[in-house]
Design a protein around this ligand. Structure first.
Ligand code: FPP
Length: 221
């Protein structure tokens, strides 16, 4: 499904390396996540001027429940705090927030904040920010199939560019269906160090690629 939001590209990011960033500095892993939240803020601010109209960020996978309890609690608090701090800035910058993933296992306070921020930012038309929380792509596909009809209608827009930081090169159950024709850019940069320049470089790399969608002629899309 092509995105109906704006005429820019859909970029999805697997924000990896927070833990390694922290431990390499002798800091607790949660410090890495806090620094990662600053990188999230920078990325959202930079996205529209780089031609991005949909941004999907992998904030917490359904497999992340297997992490130590204190890291999970810290991440949930960090997400809540981020929503409280950034909601007004989102409204001012035309950012519309939408959470994807399961909600029923999240702390009730976070569910409330997500819903409140979704309502508050609903009129945003510059950037659609999709936060994947307790997200599993396999589960999303199963849920979509159970609804019947055209699967794409129940899933998100096609991803144009997928970025993963920290040198890892795998999808980790993220947007498997939506990434069918995504261009992929892997960078060794740890997520907390990710800058506007890194995002711009990834978008430039994407623009240099020839996307054929299985056909033989150049630039069919
Ligand atoms: C992966 O790094 C990162 C996560 C599992 C959490 C992502 C969360 C943030 C970027 C911060 C908060 C997000 C928002 C939207 C405010 P890792 O911990 O797996 O790093 P490692 O592989 O080096 O251990």
């Amino acid at each position: 499904m092509r995105s109906t939001f704006g005429d820019g590209i859909h970029v999805a990011i697997i924000m990896d390396g927070n833990g390694r960033w922290a431990t390499s500095r002798g800091l607790p892993r949660l410090s890495g996540h806090r620094a990662g939240a600053d990188a999230v803020r920078r990325t959202i601010e930079s996205a529209p001027s780089l031609g991005i109209s949909v941004l999907t960020l992998y904030a917490f996978s359904s497999d992340n429940w297997r992490r130590p309890r204190n890291e999970i609690t810290g991440l949930m608090k960090l997400l809540g705090r981020y929503l409280i701090q950034e909601a007004d800035r989102c409204v001012a910058n035309g950012v519309r927030l939408e959470a994807i993933g399961r909600r029923d296992r999240l702390p009730p306070a976070l569910i409330e904040l997500l819903e409140k921020t979704e309502r508050k930012t609903a009129a945003g038309n510059r950037l659609l920010l999709r936060l994947a929380i307790d997200y599993s792509s396999r589960q999303a596909i199963l849920d979509a199939a159970a609804k019947g009809g055209d699967l794409s209608q129940h899933l998100g827009p096609d991803v144009d560019l997928l970025i993963r930081t920290s040198g890892e090169q795998r999808l980790s159950d993220f947007l498997l269906w939506e990434c069918a024709y995504a261009e992929m850019v892997f960078t060794r940069r740890m997520w907390p160090d990710f800058t506007r320049e890194d995002l711009a470089a990834a978008v430039e790399e994407f623009q240099r690629r020839e996307r054929r969608f299985g056909a033989v002629t150049a630039r069919t899309a």
